[in-house]
Design a protein around this ligand. Structure first.
Ligand SMILES: [Zn+2]
Length: 587
């Protein structure tokens, strides 16, 4: 189930004219329909309008009107789509005209249309109203499955399981060659039928079970005090498996078996015993911590500030749906050599550890909190953490980008450590997180004119700039690098005829202290060569200055071609390849 997912936006592409036509048609009835449609023909422009009319008339059981409109749109060539047909089928179905509904359904192929999910849903719903030849329904159902339209199965499987003697059960049994009576416990219902046991609640225990296809009766054993559950496993259970085991047993012990009653599922979310998405949502928001606030997901997860893939990721983290090691183990993934967190190497890797409590990660959070001079405690649940974080610095926009950038960067970093066997580098992690925060902010607020580099250096610039009026000047002053970084700026110049030029550069630390510089004349040559020479000279300068191993260096320059070549010497033209490879090995 997808709690907190973005809400589906209902298609409202119809024009306001369509609403007007609907009101007029309802008011005037069948007699005036033709003239109304004629009058509005030029204004009702799309098939969306007509589909809307058909659907609305269907909902009001105005079948004759719907039929009239359908005929008009078919003649005009607008209605030649699946939605118009589905809307008419639904209109017939709702009013109990099942044969008509099936007739429209059958006529689709004459128009070269293939029924889709919506069509199957309405036609089968129409059939459930009764009066339709049972064999015909089974045929439609069967065809749907053979065409690979399976999304509706969930709905019908539920009906199948929860309704004892229903029409649905007959259809399902017929299609699948099942005997409806075989579902009585007394008739030894097979565990194979139980997808809950197999896939959803206890996949690990199912994997370890000695008897995967056994019937319920085979898991019972008679003892002096009546019968008890007897489930055999392949081996002894480890700690976390025991936890699942206890859950399973307590679930079973709370269940009473009866030899007379038929097996069925009952939804406890509402009084009716039958599942509905609405009652499920209501139940979810009534649970602890959800406070009936559907809006929290929209506000704090689907906030629309960072790229969609990052928002999806944040949503997964908040729902414990990220493949960290302890989650993988629960899903029986093999090949995990150890469970320790890749960042600190001290604790087991779980979602709350990896993103909140790990000392490396918490230090990262702490550094951001220090930027804004706020204090904070770690909360247990990620969504609570996000809610509190977002409200911590009121009025700041860039602040909301930070936790998303932290989660994403930590995840990327953890993967790099695991798969590329590199060492954790907290200064680099801090830098990358700021880099992402600033970049995402820049993408989201294009009208805020702050240089990316300045923003990385001082995230608070974002908010002060947003408050200023538009059209303010760019920050062009030099921005110091972060702690533990050195920044090397270099540039070059070349006269028009490529006959004389010069290169220069300087290196400074986070306090802006000048550590070294160079400024040299060079001879003639193309500009790209000068760029490369400037870089080469800069690297020599770094060596001269001698940085400590924990200091990282940021190279700042406009020479994008040269930097691209250094990253990938294969792209370079052969003429400069030796020089580029020389520089690349130096980096
Ligand atoms: Zn850790």
């Amino acid at each position: 189930m997808h709690f907190g997912h973005p809400k589906t936006i209902i298609n409202t592409r119809r024009t306001s004219v369509a609403e007007e036509v609907l009101q007029l048609a309802l008011h005037n009835g069948q007699a005036g329909l033709e003239s109304i449609l004629l009058y509005f023909e030029s204004k009702l422009c799309s098939s969306d309008d007509y589909t809307f009319l058909l659907r609305e008339l269907g909902n009001r059981s105005k079948v004759e009107l719907a039929k009239g409109i359908f005929q008009t749109v078919i003649n005009k060539g607008y209605g030649n789509n699946v939605y118009a047909f589905s809307a008419l089928i639904s209109a017939f179905g709702r009013s109990g005209y099942c044969d008509e509904a099936i007739k429209v359904f059958d006529s689709m192929k004459n128009y070269g249309l293939r029924p889709n999910l919506v069509t199957y849903n309405v036609v089968i719903d129409a059939c459930t109203k009764g009066g339709v030849d049972f064999k015909r329904v089974v045929e439609i159902f069967d065809k749907m499955l053979r065409r690979g339209v399976q999304a509706l199965l969930g709905k019908w499987v539920w009906k199948f399981a929860s309704e004892k003697r229903s029409w649905w059960k007959e259809v399902m049994c017929n299609v699948n060659n099942l005997d409806p009576n075989s579902l009585l416990i007394g008739n030894n219902c097979s565990a194979r039928a139980s997808w809950i046991w197999r896939g959803v609640r206890f996949p690990r225990l199912f994997a370890l079970s000695n008897n995967k296809r056994g019937k319920v009766a085979e898991f019972r054993m008679n003892s002096n005090s009546g019968w008890v559950w007897d489930i055999q496993m392949r081996r002894n259970l480890v700690d976390w498996e025991v936890e699942q085991w206890l859950q399973l047993i307590s679930l079973l012990n709370n269940t009473n078996l009866s030899l007379l009653e038929e097996n069925c599922w009952i939804w406890l979310g509402n009084g009716e015993g039958c599942f509905s998405a609405k009652s499920c949502i209501t139940k979810f928001y009534d649970q602890e911590g959800n406070d009936g606030e559907e809006g929290i997901w929209d506000r704090h997860v689907w906030a629309g500030v960072v790229p969609p893939r990052v928002e999806v990721f944040v949503w997964q983290v908040a729902h414990q749906r990220v493949a960290v090691k302890d989650e993988l183990l629960k899903r029986s993934v093999t090949g995990i050599d150890h469970l320790l967190c890749p960042m600190c190497g001290k604790c087991e890797e779980s979602i709350s550890h990896m993103f909140l409590h790990c000392e490396v990660v918490w230090f990262l959070w702490f550094r951001f909190l220090r930027v804004c001079n706020v204090s904070f405690v770690v909360l247990k649940k990620m969504i609570d953490f996000l809610i509190s974080w977002d409200d911590l610095v009121p009025g700041s926009t860039i602040w909301k980008f930070i936790p998303r950038a932290v989660l994403w960067s930590v995840w990327k970093c953890g993967n790099e450590i695991t798969f590329q066997k590199i060492k954790v580098d907290s200064a680099m992690l801090f830098f990358l997180t700021r880099f992402r925060t600033a970049t995402w902010f820049g993408v989201r607020f294009k009208n805020v004119k702050v240089l990316l580099d300045s923003l990385i250096g001082d995230l608070k610039l974002a908010d002060s700039n947003r408050r200023q009026k538009k059209g303010c000047s760019l920050h062009t002053k030099w921005v110091p690098p972060l702690e533990d970084f050195l920044k090397l700026n270099f540039d070059w110049a070349m006269a028009k005829g490529w006959d004389k030029g010069g290169i220069g550069g300087l290196i400074r630390d986070d306090r802006g202290l000048l550590l070294g510089s160079f400024s040299e004349k060079i001879g003639d040559g193309p500009t790209i060569l000068v760029e490369l020479m400037a870089i080469n000279r800069s690297l020599n300068l770094i060596e001269e200055v001698g940085s400590s191993p924990r200091q990282r260096i940021i190279l700042e320059s406009d020479s994008t071609t040269a930097l691209k070549w250094i990253k990938n010497p294969d792209l370079c033209t052969p003429l400069f390849q030796t020089l580029v490879i020389g520089v690349a090995t130096n980096v």
